[in-house]
Design a protein around this ligand. Structure first.
Ligand SMILES: Cc1cc2nc3c(=O)[nH]c(=O)nc-3n(C[C@H](O)[C@H](O)[C@H](O)COP(=O)(O)O)c2cc1C
Ligand SMILES: Nc1ncnc2c1ncn2[C@@H]1O[C@H](COP(=O)(O)OP(=O)(O)OP(=O)(O)O)[C@@H](O)[C@H]1O
Ligand SMILES: [Mg+2]
Length: 455
């Protein structure tokens, strides 16, 4: 199967991991639901094009695993029911790519001419449909609160939304499409980075080619994936843009005015609450954040227990742009912090193969205990932040970054790496300027003198 071979043969370890996890979700869906009760929501966009090829690969692997070898030739394609909500406002390029693709891959197409909700209501009345594959990714406005398997929202017809690429970044999408050398809609080569309708989508200005006025570089050249929706102009009001930015971390909207960001810091440690150890890292991190123009809204010290961490993360994650958490980790990430983060986001801890790879490279056979337990990370919301100076990547779950530092020196290194890593979302704004006024007088004397001035 050409997709499986292309990815497994590539040197990009992150790509292989993302691919492995996504095709696993596809295989699970085929194992869980009757094939004829599964559908694929395809609209010719880049995310759904990625999904198409993952479904093809996952279907092939599913058939192979279930020993359907006699039919393997027929399995080259996956004749999955495909639904397209066609709108008169769609780009002609999107329409033609959609029709061309379903024909190339032998997908039985059901075109729907109404809005999503009533279209799905009609579809479900007509044919039993238990699950629908969708190319939603974290960072899409509608991804909030979703997991790889998420039942449709209350008030919507009832089916399972299957989101195999929920944790893929913009860069992952392009790495996959380019690695597999598959066709994608021509608009992406003309500077479009995310495609809505002809009324709300223009090429992404960040890709405009300064040498020629009207030309744009291809979508895969956008370096900061958090700005993929910058071409969704008219519909995107300021608030939506800020939300989607905050959902992915922070942002330096290139050339635009910086807005002050707020962070909170959670220190996990009974020893600090007992008073036997002083927290130096919280104070050091405040200084660092302040130095890049970030406001720290509060620092909390919580008990070394999952529920305390979860409660605090829950509070901070919706209040601030970024939450930093440290302490509460064992020698490696086997302790309460990550369990608390997972609980706050309502997801489970699951083995992360990529992180496991790092652990085994770092520790070889010298570890004790269960290696898998150390590589359990919050499922579907985790992004590993790599840096060549870090022995293990840092862990980012949506807008919560878990620091592994246990002393100020380690914090310095991790901080420098975060600033150097675009995916961290830590963007330097104008630093605050603070002025200090000192006095040797006591509060009482100052108060008395102030009173004298007033009288
Ligand atoms: C197959 C399918 C299922 C959907 N299910 C839901 C749902 O359960 N709840 C919901 O609020 N929106 C649902 N939507 C709508 C999406 O959340 C979103 O509005 C849509 O994908 C448009 O995204 P865009 O604004 O990025 O173009 C669904 C859309 C599709 C295509
Ligand atoms: N008109 C549609 N018909 C069928 N499915 C759709 C339609 N619009 C959205 N979807 C589903 O929702 C997913 C998310 O849409 P979204 O617009 O974010 O991604 P995309 O269209 O694949 O790529 P892009 O972000 O570049 O537009 C799609 O991948 C697809 O599964
Ligand atoms: Mg789209």
């Amino acid at each position: 199967m050409e997709i499986d071979e292309a990815v497994r043969g590539c040197t990009d370890r992150r790509m292989r991991t993302k691919y492995g996890n996504a095709v696993y979700v596809v295989q699970r869906a085929f194992a869980l639901y009757p094939f004829e009760e599964v559908a694929f929501s395809f609209n010719g966009g880049k995310d759904s094009t990625v999904l198409l090829h993952l479904i093809r690969a996952g279907y092939y692997l599913y058939k192979k695993d279930s020993g359907d070898v006699a039919q393997m030739d027929a399995v080259k394609n996956c004749p999955l029911r495909t639904i397209y909500f066609e709108s008169p406002c769609a780009f002609p390029e999107i329409n033609s790519f959609t029709y061309e693709t379903v024909s190339t891959y032998g997908l039985p197409l059901e075109t729907i001419h109404s809005d999503f909700k009533s279209g799905l209501e009609g579809l479900l009345k007509e044919k039993p449909t238990k699950a629908i594959f969708i190319g939603t990714r974290i960072g899409d406005p509608n991804a909030v609160g979703q997991e790889q398997f998420s039942p449709s929202s209350p008030g919507w017809p009832s089916f399972m939304r299957v989101n195999p690429i929920l944790d893929w970044s913009y860069r992952d999408v392009w790495s996959f499409l380019l690695t597999c050398k598959v066709k994608y809609c021509s608009l992406y080569d003309q500077g479009y980075t995310s495609i809505g309708s002809i009324h709300d989508t223009v090429p992404n200005a960040l890709l405009s080619d300064s040498s020629t006025e009207k030309s744009f570089r291809p979508a895969y050249m956008l370096t900061d994936g958090r700005l993929e929706r910058a071409g969704r102009t008219k519909k995107t009001n300021h608030k939506i843009e800020m939300n989607s930015v905050a959902g992915n971390g922070m942002n330096n909207i290139e050339g635009e005015q910086m807005i002050s960001r707020a962070a909170s810091i959670i220190v996990v440690g009974d020893e600090i609450l007992f008073g036997t150890t002083e927290d130096k890292l919280g104070a050091a991190l405040c200084k660092k954040l302040h130095a890049i123009g970030w406001r720290v809204s509060h620092v909390a010290v919580v008990r070394n227990e999952i529920d305390s961490v979860a409660e605090e993360v829950e509070r901070c994650k919706s209040m601030d742009d970024m939450v930093f958490i440290f302490g509460g980790l064992g020698p490696l990430h086997s302790d309460v912090s990550l369990a608390g983060v997972a609980k706050a986001f309502g997801v489970r801890l699951a083995p992360d193969e990529e992180f496991e790879d790092y652990l085994s490279q770092l520790m070889g056979n010298n570890y004790t205990g269960d290696r898998n337990e150390m590589a359990l990370l919050p499922e579907g919301i985790t992004e590993l932040l790599h840096h060549k100076k870090l022995p293990l990547p840092l862990i980012k779950c949506r807008n919560v970054i878990t620091l592994a530092a246990t002393n100020v020196h380690e914090l310095d290194t991790e901080w420098d790496c975060l600033l150097d890593t675009q995916e961290s979302g830590l963007v330097q704004a104008k630093p605050f300027v603070s002025k200090h006024l000192g006095s040797a007088l006591s509060d009482g004397v100052i108060g008395y003198q102030e009173l004298g001035l007033w009288l």
